[in-house]
Design a protein around this ligand. Structure first.
Ligand SMILES: Nc1ccn([C@@H]2O[C@H](COP(=O)(O)OP(=O)(O)OP(=O)(O)O)[C@@H](O)[C@H]2O)c(=O)n1
Ligand SMILES: C[C@](O)(CO)[C@H](O)COP(=O)(O)O
Length: 246
């Protein structure tokens, strides 16, 4: 099975509140940068053939060096991202389309992942890739631990309470049949329609496509706010302990 992967790592990390323009992908957890953990997981996933990364211009040579020194041979390109996450993914998508045209070979699935989710495990990537190829779309998620409510027009006043048993918190890597994902991104760019995940594009342009859920553990967090770094250290220690037991 051959999966192409897009890693979106071109955000400015506003919510991380870092000084001096440091990228949050370069924050160290367990002695290695966030992006190193992410690259490693995809390198070790047996279904993954090629990885395309979008990042900020200053980070391109840094990521390149990390990939070379760590022997991450599946990385096909590290390119500049765009204004929004969706634009960064679109830039990588065009490279994949070009690769399909020149090779004449279609990958079995395309996975889209956040560079800022470093704790995804290779076997989870493989499961999601296989389910995406079989069913056309698969998205990882966890059950919310808190009660979730709407707010009203006045954000200081609550609206209704959602039925938690029917809610899932959505993560990445999100996997899709290549043709549908490419077309959904093309149509969204044409309409200048933006969403916060790729599944939303497929839902909009291919409403008949069912999207399979894949329940992960609570380890697949996105490093978003400063406390996530401390939580990340604990998650990493937990994952290491679990591996050494097995
Ligand atoms: N123009 C952008 C914006 C975001 N991302 C990536 O999309 C992922 C999820 O986004 P998020 O965690 O929101 O990262 P930032 O946009 O960097 O964070 P913030 O919203 O706090 O600025 C991250 O890996 C981020 O680098 C991207 O590739 N291109
Ligand atoms: C794609 C995502 O990680 C799913 O939870 C998330 O929507 C990205 O969100 P952000 O708007 O970039 O923070």
């Amino acid at each position: 099975m051959k999966t192409a992967v897009i890693i979106a790592a071109s955000g400015v990390g506003k919510r991380m509140k870092l000084d001096g323009g440091l990228s949050k992908q370069m924050l160290e957890i367990g002695g290695q940068p966030v992006i190193w953990h992410t690259m490693k997981a995809f390198q070790e996933a047996s279904t993954v053939e090629s990885v395309y990364i979008a990042t900020l211009p200053d980070s391109i040579p840094v990521f390149d060096e990390i990939a070379k020194t760590s022997g991450f041979t599946k990385i096909s390109a590290i390119i500049e991202g765009g204004k929004e996450r969706q634009d960064s993914i679109g830039n990588c998508m065009r490279l994949i389309e070009r690769e399909i045209e020149t090779s004449g070979e279609m990958p079995d699935a395309i996975l889209v992942h956040d560079g800022a989710r470093p704790f995804i495990q290779p076997e989870e990537i493989d499961d999601i890739a296989r389910l995406s190829a079989t069913y056309g779309a698969c998205v990882p998620a966890t059950k919310p631990k808190d009660t979730i409510k709407y707010v009203g027009c006045n954000p200081e006043i609550f609206g209704e309470t959602l039925d938690r048993s029917r809610l899932l918190q959505v993560q990445t890597p999100q996997g899709f049949a290549p043709g549908k994902l490419i077309e959904a991104h093309r149509l969204a760019a044409e309409d200048a329609w933006y969403a916060t995940d790729d599944a939303a594009l497929v839902e909009r342009y291919f409403p008949q496509q069912q999207i399979r859920t894949y329940e992960t553990g609570y380890h697949n967090i996105k490093i978003t706010t400063p406390e996530d770094v401390f939580i990340g250290e604990a998650i990493l220690a937990g994952l290491k302990a679990r591996k050494s037991k097995n």
